[in-house]
Design a protein around this ligand. Sequence first.
Ligand SMILES: [Fe+2]
Length: 380
Amino acid sequence: MDIRKFSLPEIIFGHGSMEYTGSYALQLGAKKVFVVSDPGLEKSGWVKKLLQIIEASSLRWVYYSNVSSNPRDYEVHTGAELYKAEGADVVIALGGGSPMDMAKGVATVVSNGGTIQDYEGANLITSPLPPMIFLPSTAGSGSDISQFAIITDVGRKVKMSLISRSLTPNVSIIDPELLSTVDDDLLISSAVDALAHAVESYVSLIAHTLTETQALKAIHLILENMQPALKTRNPNALEFLSIAATAAGMSFSNASLGACHAIAHSLGGFFDTTHGMVHPVLLPAVMKYNLPACEEKMATIGEIVLGKRLSSARQTAAGGITRLHEIFLELGTATHFREIVNDRSAFPQICEMATKDACLLTNPRPATAEELLAICEEVW
Ligand SMILES: [Fe+2]
């Protein structure tokens, strides 16, 4: 086997684990922490609780919540100015993918200088970042685990992928209790994002037994716990969704993703769509396109989705993809692009941009802009 490296943060998992935030910040040398979150989490009371925990450790704090749902370059730069002006020393993010990616952007700019655009691509961050502690409030993005950050370049209408070992936070504190206040739409779009992370990293060209194990377990747990979590907010189901999102994060952070995410990034940069809304539309179509390149692996996914194997690998794989589409319909998500964007004339440009996204490099079947366009047209 090849020599491979695996990047992971220290993970503290479990109900009530949020209480450990202050002591971990102190261990990392904090005197004044830079806290990133958003108005939704302020409203649900979690920001207040986090700040109380931080104050109980005699730490000072500065709070930043200027975060769009697709975090923007100028918001990163404003945050970096505030961080420097306040003399902060440790970054704490509480939120879904947006506040966490914002925190990564701020940490990058304050320690490496320049603008966030300077770090678009892989391994361009050269100086160490301030310590980062992340508390995910959704079970989906995996930003608390991953070495990825996605920031929108507003001028170019492009979602930039930044990939670097430095972007993995030092500590990920995963408290499933935070999921108790998430609404249905966010619960679904986050879980579907985690499902796409698991599927795409499982069939990635650089998947490894260590990542494949995490990916398959994540698929299984998401499908098993999605409905009970939605219907009753059952604490066990929420905890399993958190574990699934974490496992999918471990997998995609180290095995990367594929065409579904390449198009989702490109589309999100252009239309400002919610990331998790794109996957129910695209994932089955991308899986169908990839099927000839990874039939056995798609059959393994199909077996989990269907709960059984059909008479051939091809049938099991195809049956799994069809069932996945049905599951998205049952969840009430959009399954056609026309339901989430109002104009397809930009699709050729979006697909052209998607061919430059780092995620496409690991897609199991090569895809040209024309082939990506055919996938998008199929699900218009
Ligand atoms: Fe994603």
